[in-house]
Design a protein around this ligand. Sequence first.
Ligand SMILES: CC(C)(COP(=O)(O)OP(=O)(O)OC[C@H]1O[C@@H](n2cnc3c(N)ncnc32)[C@H](O)[C@@H]1OP(=O)(O)O)[C@@H](O)C(=O)NCCC(=O)NCCS
Length: 203
Amino acid sequence: MQTEIDLWELAAPAFVRALPALLEVYRAAMDPPRDQLTGRRAIMERHAGHPRFRSFTAVRTSDGNAVGFGYGFHGRHGQWWHDVISDELRRRDPEAERRWFGDAFEIAELHVLPEWQGRGIGRRILEALTADRPEPTAVLSTHSGPTRAQALYRSCGFTEVLTDFRFPGSPDQPFTIMAAPLPLPAAPHPRSAGRSPGSRSTG
Ligand SMILES: CC(C)(COP(=O)(O)OP(=O)(O)OC[C@H]1O[C@@H](n2cnc3c(N)ncnc32)[C@H](O)[C@@H]1OP(=O)(O)O)[C@@H](O)C(=O)NCCC(=O)NCCS
């Protein structure tokens, strides 16, 4: 099946309007407990107000239905994730904290519907998110283990800066914090599947 996929850049107001559809992608990709989705929506709405917010949604050209999305923003003191991670990294390795978190683009979410995974869509979203950013680094957290997400991030130049990290309130789930210099290296072998030339901006 060769289906065209477009990338739409959604500015914060359009992103908030699209949240019901994007949460469906999140639910299918992450399979979280149902009762966490309301809280997740509130977090995403708050994230849309963070500085230099940028989001991309992958949609089927034929009907505009979302099959994936990702977003991030400029990290700074006062944001929950930024403070939790940078405090811990500063304790373990102050030089690494300065290098990676001093002026970073923080990638908060990246998800693709299960039936669309493995076709280069996650990579396209990640590349679009990180293109032409003013920040010299990108940082993110991801579940520990040999996941597809980690394979993608590694192949884009991300390395581990914190391993076996437990967020407050989730002591049973180990996370890995990864960081990469920006710009990311050019893709080693651009894929053709699902690729269409343009991306579109929506305010
Ligand atoms: C992680 C995720 C966003 C990646 O999106 P994707 O569209 O599936 O990924 P891509 O097809 O762009 O693949 C990118 C890389 O992943 C790796 N990959 C792809 N298929 C893989 C597989 N079956 N097993 C392991 N790694 C795989 C490869 O390194 C691939 O690079 P390549 O283009 O050089 O082959 C997506 O798989 C997903 O939503 N997973 C569940 C939710 C999740 O974990 N989100 C990330 C939270 S941090």
